[in-house]
Design a protein around this ligand. Structure first.
Ligand code: XLS
Ligand code: CA
Ligand code: CA
Length: 441
């Protein structure tokens, strides 16, 4: 196989003084931080759809870059994508990848033919993985939102036939995930929602969405899938209202339908902001509910109300994200998938590498800062002190369940007014400590 990106070699770590754009300044894969290498902490993944397929097409214009990888035949192109993806991962020291079934190979005339061609590409990916065992599948998923048959949703379609087609697609995608040794399988419900309640049976749609997930869990476990199923929350786009609105909504759904033991969340930064939350909020909700799983690392634009899927370059956000990841005990089956695309104007092949370097260095900085936030201790100590009234006295009695409502009334009457345990929230002081930690690296 010939080298595709001949002008770009393996990206080295050169440290923060380097001005070489094709070098890492902060991501040093084998450097140990808090007991693990940066590579083990960060588990970066390449997204097949954006990197191998996204050509810059938007609602106002055609593609600006050629992602045919020098081929015209659909299967030759699918194989070239595999070759190029492995070259990109190798040169960027990225160990994981993520795909939708149709990113690997497209739909053909019938489902049987589509499956046959898909199997051929899956076998080809497996060959490449056997040749380089450092490359692993982070998660797979089925693209149940692209084809016109999914216009009203997949699991939530009013048509039982469409549900059956989605189930067939998911079955095959699960088989491919298992075949590649993947430790994650994602449900992202882009069209699982509604445009108007005038034509929608919401109760049935939610029950059916859970039915499809349960069928997937039962089948996945029966063929040896031991990893995590994920739901990826997103409040809207392409559908006006999506059922998987945000972390809290999804956790309620998973608990209601008895799916919480098999599922965790895959949290995307840009989806968090679309739901009017911070990225950290979504991660914290997942963490405190024991549902933190994986991350789609990207960022939106504060001035735009849609999913721009930009490569993450906001160090502050990355630091708060990595703080949550460290506090969750790090990734197990999950990782950091760059669900991100180069801007339409960043159309050169070199831009792919420059964008990944920017994203990886941003999260490397995020990890370094998060580790310092914890070892510095001032922020955590402040929170511990702020809640100290729960450790003794009336607070401890409430937590242990000893205090009744009448006891609390008697306590309040005797005290007359709240005094000692009410202290300043000190937000500005804490933000200033955060700046101090960030700029003292
Ligand atoms: C789209 C989603 C999608 C999922 C996988 O907004 O981010 O790409 O990550 O289906
Ligand atoms: Ca995503
Ligand atoms: Ca997105």
């Amino acid at each position: 196989m010939s080298e595709f990106f001949k002008n770009i070699g393996k990206i080295p770590y050169e440290g923060k003084a380097s001005t070489n754009p094709l070098a890492f300044k902060y991501y040093n894969p084998d450097e140990v931080i808090a007991g693990k290498t940066m590579k083990e902490h960060l588990k970066f993944a390449l997204s097949w759809w954006h990197t191998m397929g996204g050509d810059g097409t938007d609602m106002f214009g055609c593609g600006t870059t050629d992602k045919s990888w020098g081929e015209t035949d659909a299967m030759a192109k699918a194989k070239a994508k595999v070759d190029c993806a492995f070259e990109i991962m190798d040169k960027l020291s990225i160990d994981y990848f993520c795909w939708h079934d149709r990113d690997l190979s497209p739909e053909f005339g019938s489902l049987a033919e589509t499956n046959e061609k898909f199997d051929e590409i899956v076998a080809y990916v497996k060959e490449k993985m056997a040749a380089d065992p450092s490359k692993k599948l982070l998660w797979g998923t089925a693209k149940c939102f692209d084809h016109p048959r999914y216009m009203h949703g997949a699991g939530t379609s009013p048509s039982a036939d469409v549900f059956a087609f989605a189930a067939a697609q998911i079955k095959k995608a699960l088989e491919a995930t298992v075949a590649m040794g993947g430790q994650g399988y994602v449900f992202w419900g882009g069209r699982e929602g509604y445009e108007t309640l005038l034509n929608t049976d919401m109760g049935l749609e939610l029950d059916n969405m859970a039915r499809l997930m349960k069928l997937a869990v039962d089948y996945g476990r029966s063929i040896g899938f031991t990893g995590d199923f994920y739901v990826e929350p997103k409040p809207k786009e392409p559908t006006k209202h999506q059922y998987d609105f945000d972390s809290a909504t999804v956790i309620g759904f998973l608990n209601k339908y008895g799916l919480a033991d098999d599922f965790k969340l895959n949290i995307e930064a840009n989806h968090a902001t679309l739901a009017q939350h911070t990225f950290q909020h979504e991660l914290r909700v997942a963490r405190v509910n024991g549902m933190f799983g994986s991350i789609d690392a990207n960022q939106g634009d504060t001035l735009l109300g849609w999913d721009t899927d930009q490569f993450p370059t906001n160090v502050y956000e990355a630091a708060l994200c990595m703080y949550e990841v460290l506090k969750a005990g790090g990734f197990t089956n999950g990782g950091l998938n760059f669900d991100a695309k180069t801007r339409r104007g960043s159309y050169t092949m070199e831009d792919i590498f420059l964008s990944y370097i920017a994203g990886m260095d941003t999260f490397a900085l995020g990890l370094r800062i998060a580790d310092k936030m914890i070892s510095d201790g001032r922020l955590d100590q402040f929170v511990a002190d702020r809640y100290a009234s729960w450790n003794t006295g009336i607070g401890a009695d409430i937590i242990s369940g000893k205090a009744t409502l009448a006891d609390l009334e008697a306590y309040a009457l005797e005290k007359g007014e709240v005094t000692a345990s009410l202290t300043s929230g000190s937000q500005e002081k804490l933000e200033s400590i955060m700046n101090n930690i960030m700029f003292n690296l």
